[in-house]
Design a protein around this ligand. Structure first.
Ligand code: 5GP
Length: 193
C-alpha cells in the first residue's frame, strides 16, 4: 500500500466536512471517502455524493458480511467506512481523507498505525457551535441538543489526535488543513510500512 490516511474529526458544526471536501481541490491525489449511514438525508444531500443512505437492516447485514473497515453509532445513527474503496485508494497511492468520529479514528489508528495522520477541528466555544448548528437548520431541536452534548464529550478525545485547530476563519483553517495534509505525506513511518 503506497497511500496514507488523513482522519478529520470534530463536533457537528465545526465545519470539518466543508474543509475536508475543499481540501480535495487543493491537494493532488487526495480521495474523499463517502461513508454509509442509516441517517435520513438532509434536504441538500445526495445519495452517493454526501453519503450512501441505507436502512438499518442493510447496514447490519453489511457489518455481518465484513464490508466495513470501521463503523460506529453516532448521535443515534449508524455510520461506516466501506472496506473496498479505501483499500483500492491506498493501493493507488492516494491520501484517503476520512471524515469520521472519535470512535472511527480509534479503530482506524489501531488498524493502520503507520499510515494515519489525524486532525481534530473545533469551534472557539459552545455558543459558536450552537449558532452554527442552528443556522444550518438541518436538525430538530432534540437532535441539536444531543449533538451539543456529544460535542462536549468528543472534545475530551482531542489528545488522541496529532493536530488540532479552531475553525474561526475558513480560509485560514483551509491553509492549516492543507499544510497538515501535505506534511502527512512526509511522515517517516510511511517509509517503513
Ligand atoms: P453527520 O450526521 O453530521 O453527517 O455526521 C455525524 C458524525 O458522524 C460526524 O462526526 C461524522 O464525522 C461522523 N461520521 C460520518 N461518517 C462516518 C463513518 O463512516 N464512520 C464513523 N465512525 N463516523 C462517521
Amino acid at each position: 500500500m503506497n497511500g496514507s490516511i488523513l482522519v478529520v474529526s470534530g463536533p457537528s458544526g465545526s465545519g470539518k466536512t466543508s474543509l475536508a471536501k475543499k481540501l480535495l481541490d487543493i491537494v493532488p491525489n487526495a480521495y474523499f471517502s463517502i461513508s454509509t449511514t442509516t441517517r435520513k438525508p438532509r434536504e441538500n444531500e445526495q445519495d452517493g455524493v454526501d453519503y450512501f443512505f441505507i436502512e438499518k437492516e442493510s447496514f447490519l447485514s453489511e457489518i455481518d458480511e465484513g464490508g466495513f473497515l470501521e463503523w460506529a453509532e453516532v448521535h443515534g445513527n449508524f455510520y461506516g467506512t466501506s472496506f473496498k474503496p479505501i483499500e483500492e485508494a491506498l493501493q493507488g497511492g492516494k491520501i484517503v481523507v476520512l471524515d469520521i468520529d472519535i470512535q472511527g479514528h480509534k479503530t482506524i489508528r489501531e488498524k493502520f498505525p503507520k499510515l494515519v495522520t489525524s486532525v481534530f477541528i473545533t469551534t472557539k466555544n459552545k455558543s459558536v457551535l450552537k449558532a452554527r448548528l442552528s443556522s444550518r437548520n438541518t436538525e430538530t431541536s432534540e437532535i441539536l441538543e444531543l449533538r451539543i452534548i456529544n460535542a462536549i464529550s468528543e472534545m475530551r478525545s482531542i489528545n488522541a489526535y496529532d493536530y488540532f485547530f479552531v475553525n474561526d476563519d475558513f480560509e485560514e483553517s483551509l491553509n492549516s488543513l492543507t499544510a497538515i495534509a501535505i506534511a502527512s505525506r512526509h511522515k517517516q513511518s510511511l517509509t517503513d510500512r
